[in-house]
Design a binder for this molecule. Sequence first.
Ligand code: ADP
Ligand code: MG
Length: 721
Amino acid sequence: MPAILPEDSVRKLKGVGPKKGEALQKLGISTIRDLLYHFPRTYEDRGHIKTLKEGIDGICAAYVLRVVTQPRVARLRGGMHLTTFRAADESGSVEVVFFNQDYISQQITLGETYRFWGRVHSKKNRWQISSPSFEHITPDVVLPDLVPRYRLCEGLSQKVLSTLIEEAVHAVLPSLVDILPEDIRQAEHLPTLSWAMKTIHFPRDAQSLQMALEKVMFDELFCMGIGISLSKSEHAKLTAQRCERVDMTPFYQKIPFSLTGAQKRTIEEITSDMTTSQDDGATVPMRRILIGDVGSGKTVCAAAAAYLTAKNGLQTAIMVPTSILANQHYEELSPLLTSLGFRVVLLTGQTSAAEKRKIYSDLRGEGEHIDVIIGTHALLQKGVTFEKPGLMITDEQHRFGVMQRAELQEKSRMTHLLVMSATPIPRTLALAIYGDLSVSKLDEMPPGRQRVDTYVVDSSFKTRLHAFMRKQFEAGGQVYVVCPSIGLKNTETDQTEEFEEVYLEDILSSAQERSPLKDAISYAKNLAEDIFPEFKVALLHGQMKSQEKDYVMAEFSQGKIDILVSTTVIEVGVNVPNATLMIVENAERFGLSQLHQLRGRVGRGRRKSYCVLVSDCKGENAIARLSTMKQCYDGYQIAEKDLELRGPGDFFASLGDNAVRQSGGLSLTLARCCSDANLLSQAFAAGHLLLLKDPYLSLPEHQALAREVARVFTLESTTIS
Ligand code: ADP
Ligand code: MG
């Protein structure tokens, strides 16, 4: 048989025909490499054996039991077959039950001992375990402690997928090439890729698993660092319209406050990017991210950039993720820029077809000139072309989807780009997360901001919390409640796991206790029906249609809703100055930066505001994290603390799927679980050194790396020789 290569189709594997091929496709697996990189979602901790008595009515666990009765198959009415037998340990015996799996009776032998994995129920003093997994215990086989569980889809069982992965691992390990040059691998004390792959899918113990995961993470981060550097050099070859410096005095005179030092500095950085030319006279398009805590005053910086652009006769597009936010920006910026003699228009999903047509033709220069257009991703549609494109600005960048980002990247190739985000990122991670963007920071708040008093409580405070909520309503305030889960059953994003599992992130950091998740749907129902029937309660979550979401948000901001129960979708910077209380349930489930972001939704008006973090988690780490929120009100300090306590993976995760895609289609599989900022710094530093020696990755020993970088970062062939 010819050797199987990683880039071969999974169809080359023995067990994969058209049907399984299609199922695998649904998981995004088409090549053998994809299959290898389909890492376990979790591992079952089967090395930790319980007695039946200990495990009774608990979660899934491992038991070592001897079979004490002959398996019997009974036929029930309705065509069901039931296989039963009894098995015992020193604490008692249990009835083991399987439905419609007659072959089980062939696999189980009376008197033999097996390791079972399942949940033991007590029913009228009888113990039962149904459809457990089991492995025969024999003197010559060592059973693994950690059993991988993979993400599945219809048509693929855990067993089938494990078998395929096993086959894939055996087939390609010999031809698997380490992208990491051998000298770097040794200097960093990392295992080989083949060893790591084998270990991730078939770990011997937690310690070797950790080593293996670190190796793969290092590779990903290393590749990412190199890709970012290379796409930076690629970008430097592009040119955009150069702007002339203009007198900003008229603009500043129209603003009702004086700028903070940080705002002045940021506006100068933007101006400098847009007005500087290279030796050959060309101007490299600006690629800048403006990071500033909620309320730090990013909008006025965007307005200043738009003013500069308009004064130069060029057009600015400001893009935001929701139409509420678009309206909000329009209401703020339109009077300002109009009074300075510029035309500002709004384009959202609600704009009528006739208006849209007019806007499109005006934008193209076929009608009245448009200086600034504010809108949702409707702005990225094909029909939207600019007569004199100068600047693109996006707000709340991390809320845009992958496709939108790719389109934005494409549309803004030859224009200046300013990205704004309220998520503070620690310095060590900025490069990884913002890739090829230069960073401006608003690290100074406008004067007179009030602090949102923060409390951490457990659910025994429920009654008091309800009384406190009532006080807010009576004073005319509004309340947000955030829950970690939606409450829709069986959706991919909303699985609540009951297994005793080892989570990747737990292996990589210290294990934390997991308390049951509150869900938004039942929470809202309970408040509306039982606690506050006289107030208006509404629900908001990510699975709702965007029109519904906009509608609820608008009602809330107009004060027609008293309590908004939501998932983290409300993170996006909508301004409801009347909201005075933010309650976060299962607060231990959120990153500190995310909590800070949520807290920033209140305290935006004149009313005194509060944030209550509810958690029943007793883990030391969780308590330490949450109490940070009581002491710390600065987004950057919080981000640094978050990095220290949870590691960088959470930043990738909390920024949404595409945070790391600035430079193209990079998807970090494992780096998201990375709990060690040093690993990231080391990987980036190693990449940097390598590029100093071989800037175009042209040495023969770097070819595997070059191919991998080209694969994940869709780079132009000229950058890598
Ligand atoms: P964000 O950075 O969250 O987008 P905004 O730009 O919406 O913040 O600004 C928040 C509020 O602060 C706005 O009402 C804005 O008018 C006000 N603001 C911005 N800069 C200043 C300043 N230098 N002095 C006083 N108020 C300011
Ligand atoms: Mg804003």
